[in-house]
Structures are given as C-alpha cells and as structure tokens.
Design a protein around this ligand. Structure first.
Ligand code: ADP
Ligand code: ZN
Length: 740
C-alpha cells in the first residue's frame, strides 16, 4: 500500500512539515491532545507516532494541528513515525463519536484502538530460505538433500529449522550453501498476510427464502451504501448461510468483512464453515488469540491483507482499510455490552461504524433485542424473516410442567413428568438437555444451627458452593475458599447445608436417577480452557453423551443433532428480578434453549418446569406468539418512557466507606438542575443491588431522560464540578444493560 492510497481518503490531505506543531493523542490518561513538533521528513495526519512524555516514550496518533498554547521552548519533537498504517479519517471519527456517546476519554478510546503488542517496534523480520541461482563447488549427501527439498517445493520458503529438519541436516550445511548462493536467505516480515479467501468457490444452494434474504443484503453491499438489516430466523433456518453469502459479495467487491460472535466457544464451528465456503481461514480477534497472532491481525487488517475477521466485540476497533460488512450474530446477546472500562454496546457501535464506512450491518438472531425489533418496526432497520428451519426440521413442541401439581421432595428439582420424558429419550438412544442458568452446586450455603448464610468477605454476595472443586466461590469477585467444616459464624460443625439448585446439584440428581447414563455438565467454570470446552462440545455433538446439564453456555448456537428433549429446570428464575429486561431476557433465553431440540430430522420437545405457567411471559414462550410478546413489551416500555423509548444512564459511585459514597450520591441527587433542564429525572441514591464488591461500597443513581434529550451534555455538566477524593470512583453507564 503506497502513501498515495492513504492520503486519497483523507480529506483534505493533511501533511505537517518538519518542525510544524502537531497535536498528538496518546493512550496515557491525560485529558488533552499534546503539542509536538513534526519529525524530520514530516508526518501525515493520523500517523501512529512515538513521542517522549516525561522520561518515557509512548505511542500516539497525530490528531490534528497543535494547539500552540504551550511554552514553545518546552515543545519536543515526535521521535518517529511508526511503520504501521496511519489511522484513517473514518476511524478517527468513529473513536470520537463512541467517546462522546459513552463519555469515555479519548485516551481510553485510543487504547481500545491500539490493543496490539509491539506497535512501537519495527515490524519484526525473520530469515527464510529458498532456492538460489548459485552452483555449489562440491556436492555432499547433505547438500543434495537440502537442494532436493527446495526443488521439490518449488518457490516455497522455509525457516532454517524447517529446512534443516526436512533435509535431515544441520544448519551449518545450509549456511554453507547460502555462502555460495545455492540457497538464498531472504528477510521476510514475521507477520504474514492471511491466505486469500475465494468467494468464487461453490456455495450451498440456498432455499428460495434464504436466497431472497441474502440477495437483499447483497444489494446494499453492491450499492456500497450504509444499511442495517435485522435478520430474524429460528435456530437452524440458515441465517449463517445467508450472511456467509453476504460476506462473499463483500469479498467480491474487494472490501473487508467482520463477523462478531458472542462466545469464543462458538467460533470453531463457524471457522470450519468459513473454510469450507472460502477455502481458507479468516483472521481471528478475541481473548483466546496469542499476542503474536494479535499483532499480526492488527497489522494485516490495517494493510488490507486480512479479508474476513471473526471476533469478539473489540474487533470493532481494528484499523480496517475498507470495511464493507459487519455481521453481529446473536445480536441480542448480553456479552456485546462491555461492562468494564469503556462501556459501549457493540451492536450499537457496529451500526455507527458501518454508517461512517458506507457499510452494511446484519443483525442476526432468533430472538432479537427489543431495541432492534423497535428499530425495524420504525423502518430504521430493514427486517428479513426466515420462518422455516432448513430441511424437514420443525420447531420443537413446547409445554409447561405445572410444578404445583408435581409431587417432589424439597431437595429434588426434576419432576416426575420430566424424569419420564428423559427416560423415554434414553430408551430411544436420543439426547436430553437439562437447563439451569446457575453455576455451581447450590446458590446458598446456610448453617442449620445459627441460620448464617455464608457470604463473601469482600462483597455483599453469598458464596456459591462448587462441589466439583470442593470450594466456595463468590460470583462477583471470583474469590474462592475451601468448603468449611464448621460454620464461620457460630463455629458449630457439620451443620452447613446446601439450599437451592445449581447445575452440579442437578447433575448429582440425574446420576441418582439414571446411574447408567453418560452425563456431561456444561458450565463455564468447569473448563480450564476454551479448547477443553470445544472438545467437550464436539464430543457431545458426536453423540457420546446421553444427558447434558448446562447453564446458558448451551443456549448459544451449538449444534447437537441427536438432541430431542430440552427440560428447563426453573423457567421462573429470570422473572423474579426487578430488572427492566427480565421479561425480555427470559423470553429470549427460553426460546433459545428450546431451539436446541430437534434440529435434524427428529422433532424435538421442550418442557418448562414452572410454578406460574399462567404468567404472561411463560404463556408467550409456550405459544410462540413472538410478535404478540414484543408488541406487549414495547407498549409497556413506551408507556413508562423506558428504553428504547426513553434514555437511561446509570451512575455508580464506589468508595471504601459507604457513608462517603452516599454523601456524594445525595449531593448529586440534590444538584440535579442540569438533568431537569433536559426533561430528565434523577432516581436514588440507593445501595446498588450488590452493595459491596471487592471491598468497595457501591451506590447507584439512575438518570432517565426523553429519547431525544442531549443526555451526554447534561451528564457532563452535572458531574463536572464534582471533585472526587482519591478513593472515590464515579462511573457513568449510558444505556445500562444490567443493574448490579
Ligand atoms: P442458523 O444460523 O439460522 O442457526 P444455519 O445457517 O446454521 O442456521 O443452518 C442450519 C443447518 O442447516 C446448518 O448445518 C446448515 O449448513 C444447514 N443449511 C442451511 N441452509 C442450507 C442450504 N441452503 N443448503 C444446505 N444446508 C443448509
Ligand atoms: Zn466477593
């Protein structure tokens, strides 16, 4: 890529001559862009640079002209322009807009955009060996073998180690041949481009509905314009096939495509499908990728040498050269909301990113978020429905098991009706899945002598027993301790009892009921690595398990062809919270889980254990009247001015002392004029639902404002004058998803 290609897209082209003042944004926690002098040779706007900051050298980006409000004598020079693709204008605009929307400082935004190791180092090189023109003065067996390997593999290059191994010689033999130019030594960048993907390879024959859906998305890509499409289709309807063909169109146009997936565990199945379709692997970007691979991915994306990127939400911040399509698979998934640092929602930011790039967005889900459903209803997004499963597969038959009329002991969780259904599957050699969205053995450990519930020392949370690991664990801070013999409060031994079920306890019950069945427990804490989890999932898909007991980990996208029964242990679980999205989440999760059953040619059944089978949400789940459910849910939110019809912002103040956090909260609640000025309201302060995490007391305020109100400006004004003592922290979460 020449410099020409870079500046052609920067409008107007900004070049700074040596010595001119430039403003450099660094990833250091400083509130402003810093002035430097352009280095010898000058620099372009957007260039990644190395600058001195105090005694250190830090990474920065040329953000614009210098401000000139600094003592000229103290202004230092940019040390060097780094050998990476400069930040493009649309990326800069994207970071600025996300920063402004989420109230995240620009330094933190730049950190997100430069999360690859070694950007300040020159691209690392390695020596590779290939056949040269020279003729050796004399031949030995070893020399003959080396040349034979190189001849056999034509123009291919090898590392010294590879070549020595393949020829069965030592490196000194190869070095001797290099001296005589019979073998050439070439310096090659260590970060190799990704193998090209070929959209011209044969695709699956799409059904009429799939082809229509895919064609509609491809039209947008062909036209090179922005657009967002909600692709709603039951599990197994072929959404992935549809968007893979959209990816193909994007690649044919020579533009890059990004597919966001909510779980790393999901990627391996998807990677396989990409390879089948396009003949090579895409670039990967997520927490399971090595540092070396990360660096390669970041650099290659910037050079346009990665065509398709499969990743987690932070892949949005890669330096794409020309992004033409973003797919957000399972768009309703909670994990798209970043809950740490910059609090952004990847689904919304994907739409923003695409609008700045004339790119298309596909939001795929069987159970869309209410936000996307409403956006489609308003015509802001297009909507395409795939109503049938591919092939002969049909949606499972769904029924409630009314727990009020089942006779079940207090410490048992699987009703006789469900036991019967599992037994019938066992007899036929089919798989059953029992779903309970609770990790561990039991959510509560209580002392039967004094009534004490064992809690975390650092958080206001109960410790959860994990019997497989023989430990108690706090699900807030991750602290674990051995299961005590005696009550930590009264000291009486042997009286600690487990209360309520977790997946491990259900597994124990299943083992008792079906001692000969092969059982697998799928829960995120039971697998040391993504690889171990993948292996387990593959094993289950092969049919090596009879009964699967799982948390929400199993709700997502895995394909278990022999699974014909899904039993939900506690369908009421999600309905108890006071969370705004409790109904929506329960509806999505239950429909997703049920969708696991009967994918192939055998019809499936989903049985939901419930103590309130007449609850409107449970009724909607069972009847499958999705549109009715969304309409009712939307109407309720609209009536109360809640998202997506109004705006929310959550403020969390935390401090080592509860009183200090409350004082600040009370002060803010009284000084609410800037919020009232935009027609908003401040609720609180109140102890956060989990009032203490990692030893810090947490107090919440909630701001509610009309949809079009300038909430960011009002919030900024509101907290501007607050001088935070060192040990107090205040964080603002725009469009909060959870309220803990
Ligand atoms: P979804 O993403 O909606 O869950 P998938 O795209 O994974 O659905 O499709 C479900 C299964 O059906 C996959 O194994 C897929 O390969 C297969 N499938 C879907 N559409 C077709 C098609 N047109 N031709 C062949 N196989 C298909
Ligand atoms: Zn804790």
């Amino acid at each position: 890529m020449g410099a020409k290609g870079v500046c052609a897209n920067m409008n107007p082209p900004d070049f700074y001559e040596e010595g001119q003042l430039v403003g450099v944004l660094t990833a250091e926690p400083i509130d402003r862009v810093l002035d430097y002098k352009a280095p010898a040779g000058g620099c372009w706007m957007g260039a990644y640079v190395q600058v001195p900051l105090g005694p250190r050298q830090v990474l920065g980006v040329v953000w614009g002209p210098g401000r000139g409000d600094w003592d000229p004598a103290k202004i230092r020079s940019v040390v060097k322009v780094l050998d990476v693709a400069p930040m493009r204008a649309e990326m800069k605009a994207f970071l600025e807009k996300v920063g402004a929307y989420t109230l995240t400082p620009m330094s933190a935004m730049l950190r997100l955009a430069s999360r690859a190791p070694g950007l300040m180092n020159p691209p690392s090189m390695r020596k590779l060996y290939q056949l040269g023109p020279g003729v050796p003065d004399r031949m030995t067996d070893a020399r003959t073998r080396v040349l034979a390997v190189l001849e056999e593999y034509g123009g291919l290059c090898f590392t010294m180690k590879e070549l020595a191994e393949m020829a069965g010689t030592s490196s000194s033999v190869i070095k001797g041949l290099v001296k005589q130019s019979a073998v050439l030594e070439v310096d090659t960048p260590r970060d190799a481009p990704y193998l090209p993907l070929d959209p011209g390879r044969p695709s699956k024959a799409l059904t009429e509905a799939q082809a229509k859906a895919s064609g509609q998305i491809q039209d947008g890509i062909k036209a090179g314009r922005y657009g967002t499409t909600l692709l709603k289709g039951v599990t197994g309807s072929g959404k992935t096939e549809v968007y893979l063909e959209a990816v193909a169109e994007c690649l044919r146009k020579g533009r890059q495509a990004l597919v966001l997936l909510p779980e790393i565990a999901l990627t391996s199945e998807f990677l396989k499908r990409v390879k089948e379709r396009f003949g090579a692997d895409p670039a990967e970007w997520h927490s399971g990728v090595t540092m070396t691979e990360r660096r390669r991915c970041w650099r290659m994306v910037g050079q346009g040498a990665a065509q398709l990127i499969v990743g987690a939400r932070s892949a949005l911040y890669l330096p794409y050269r020309d992004l033409g399509l973003i797919v957000v698979d399972e768009e309703h998934d909670n994990s798209y909301k970043q809950e740490d640092g910059a609090l952004y929602h990847a689904r919304d930011m994907a739409v923003l990113r695409a609008s700045l790039n004339d790119a298309q967005v596909v939001l795929a889900s069987a159970t869309p978020s209410l936000e996307s459903w409403v956006n489609a209803r308003n015509g802001k997004y297009s909507r395409i429905d795939l109503v049938d499963r591919f092939g002969d597969a049909v949606m499972p038959d769904m029924q409630a098991i009314d727990m009020r009329s089942e006779s079940l002991r207090g410490d048992k969780w699987i009703s006789p009706s469900l036991v019967g259904a599992v037994k019938a599957r066992l007899d036929k050699g089919e798989q059953s899945l029992l779903f309970l969205n609770r990790r561990g053995y039991a959510p509560v450990t209580i002392c039967r002598a004094c009534g004490e519930q064992v809690g975390c020392d650092h958080c206001d949370a109960r410790m959860v027993e994990h019997r497989f690991q023989k430990r108690l664990m706090c699900h807030q801070c991750g602290e674990t301790k051995p299961m005590p013999e005696a009550c930590p409060s009264c000291g009486v031994e042997g009286k600690l009892a487990a209360v309520g079920p977790g997946v491990e306890r259900v597994a124990e019950e299943v083992t008792g009921l079906f001692p000969d069945a092969r059982i697998a427990v799928l829960s995120s804490d039971l697998f040391g690595s993504a690889r171990a989890l993948k292996a387990k999932i593959a094993e289950i898909a092969e049919g090596e398990t009879d009964i699967i007991i799982g948390t929400q980990l199993v709700a997502k996208g895995h394909n278990f062809p022999r699974l014909t029964l899904v039993g939900v242990i506690d369908a009421d679980l999600g309905l108890q919270g006071s969370d705004l999205r409790a109904a929506e989440r329960t509806f999505q999760l239950m429909r997703q889980v049920a969708g696991r059953a009967g994918r192939a040619d055998v019809p499936g059944t989903a049985l939901l254990q419930s103590f309130q089978p007449d609850h409107p949400v449970i009724r909607a789940i069972l009847s499958g009247d999705e549109e009715g459910f969304w309409q009712a849910e939307a109407a309720e939110r609209e009536a109360t001015g809640m998202p997506p019809f109004g705006r929310l912002a959550g403020i969390v103040i935390s401090a080592p002392e509860a009183a200090a956090a409350f004082d600040l909260g009370t002060y803010l609640a009284r000084a609410d004029a800037p919020i009232r000025a935009i027609g908003g309201m401040v609720y609180g302060p109140a102890p956060a639902p989990i009032a203490r995490v990692r030893g810090r007391h947490r107090v919440r305020l909630l701001v509610k404002a009309p949809k079009t109100a300038p909430i960011q400006a009002a919030l900024t004004k509101w907290v501007k004058d607050v001088k935070l003592p060192n040990n107090l922290r205040l964080s603002i979460d725009i469009d909060p998803q959870s309220f803990y």
